[in-house]
Write a protein that binds this ligand. Sequence first.
Ligand code: AMP
Length: 173
Amino acid sequence: MPSSYQAPSRKDKQQATTHSQSSSTNTTKETATVGKILASKGNDLFALRPQNTLHEAVEMLRDKRIGALVVKNSEGGLQGILSERDIVRKLAETPGQTLAQKVEDVMTTNVEVCHPDDALITVLRKMTEGRFRHMPVIDDGNLVGIVTIGDVVNYRLNELEYEALQLKQLIVG
Ligand code: AMP
């Protein structure tokens, strides 16, 4: 311990705390948002039309290596979402007759969406409560991307790793 070190005592005034000791600098952290995820993964959005068949949908899911597709109307507006879960459910209900069915008859129409400024924790909570893993992102009425539960968890893991590294550097010097 350096000889100049003075252990804090009760008579120390509040303003005597250093910058790194202040509660605001220790607790203030930039909020992780949906927009940050889109900035790193991009705005790629794979979409179908309601009249496409499930056969076309499964081909797109395979080619793009993804788990869900947004369904857009003729104006480009969000009309639904079709995930691999919907297709599996249909396969069980109508064996041998599923792939010719139209996307609009199988998709979910009541879609929960998020905004680029939404905090990741809010989005994660909505996904967990609603039991779905995809959320289209809407900004100013336009579809600007999609975030998955995997993106959110991955972003948070990277953040945790970075925080751990910062702590380690603080301790080791
Ligand atoms: P997922 O876990 O995303 O594969 O989807 C599970 C179920 O939830 C499927 O029936 C999807 O159509 C539906 N679903 C997926 N994303 C959403 C969403 N953002 N809002 C509402 N339903 C969704």
